[in-house]
Design a protein around this ligand. Sequence first.
Ligand code: GAR
Length: 201
Amino acid sequence: MENEIIHIALFASGTGSNAGKIIEYFHLHPFIKVALVVSNNPDAPVLKISSGAGIGTLIISRERFFKGDAYIDVFHEKKIDFIVLAGFLWKVPLTLIRAYPGKIINIHPALLPKFGGKGMYGKHVHEAVLAAGEKISGITIHYVDEQYDHGKIIFQASCPVTKEDDANTLAEKIHQLEYHHFPPVIEKTIKNIVKTTGTHS
Ligand code: GAR
């Protein structure tokens, strides 16, 4: 098993600063490789990061993702073992969840189960946290199931929310937590799966 490579597909819809950190973290990893960057947005800045790093990209269409095979053939062809959502804004269809059971994880920029669900992404989350007068916020890394921001929680970390914070300063604090924790949590989660199953396929 140690000699096999685990291939990750990174899904991102926008800037992709988390995707960039993840790509950097696994760049020289002995057995985990970011093999594909997937986006629903052909203009997403994340695509520049991936092509700069020599990683293949896949632009997905709503039609095939939700009503077709969810690109499972492509993921199998690229030998994708594990899927990481890093700022991906579409809901993951059941077809894909079933094809990768327990092997799709997401990061959410708040302490779930609060401030999750449809429409809760990026700045909207931070605005809701501030409007609710929360004193702490944070990040949640969780498995993906068929409901938005709902699957089993793997990891959380928190930061203070002060009265000086606005959505931008809070987003910055959250991004710092994400950059610090997300790559090693991905690594640990994959290592645990490998250890439990003895194989990644
Ligand atoms: C991240 O903060 C991530 O937690 C959030 O989008 C941001 C993407 O930033 N994801 C969600 O809101 C999902 N519900 P990035 O493109 O710079 O990595």
